[in-house]
Design a protein around this ligand. Structure first.
Ligand SMILES: [Zn+2]
Length: 64
């Protein structure tokens, strides 16, 4: 089953319980609250806070 925006909209962030969104490239989902980014491995969403990375801006990956 492919991960779709519709599917993702039914999920919540396990860290802060805000909504999550599918990233444009479909590679991950992102929390609208705490901005954690959860990877999608194959077609499985890895909703684990310890697997998440935190992104400040959509198009600005941290290089620090
Ligand atoms: Zn969150």
């Amino acid at each position: 089953m492919k991960v779709t925006q519709e599917f993702v909209e039914r999920m919540i962030c396990p860290a802060c319980r805000a909504k999550v969104r599918l990233k444009e490239d479909g590679s991950a989902i992102k929390c609208v609250g705490c901005r954690r980014v959860y990877p999608i491995e194959g077609e499985i969403i890895v909703m684990l806070p310890e697997k998440a990375t935190i992104e400040d801006e959509d198009a600005a990956p941290s290089t620090a």
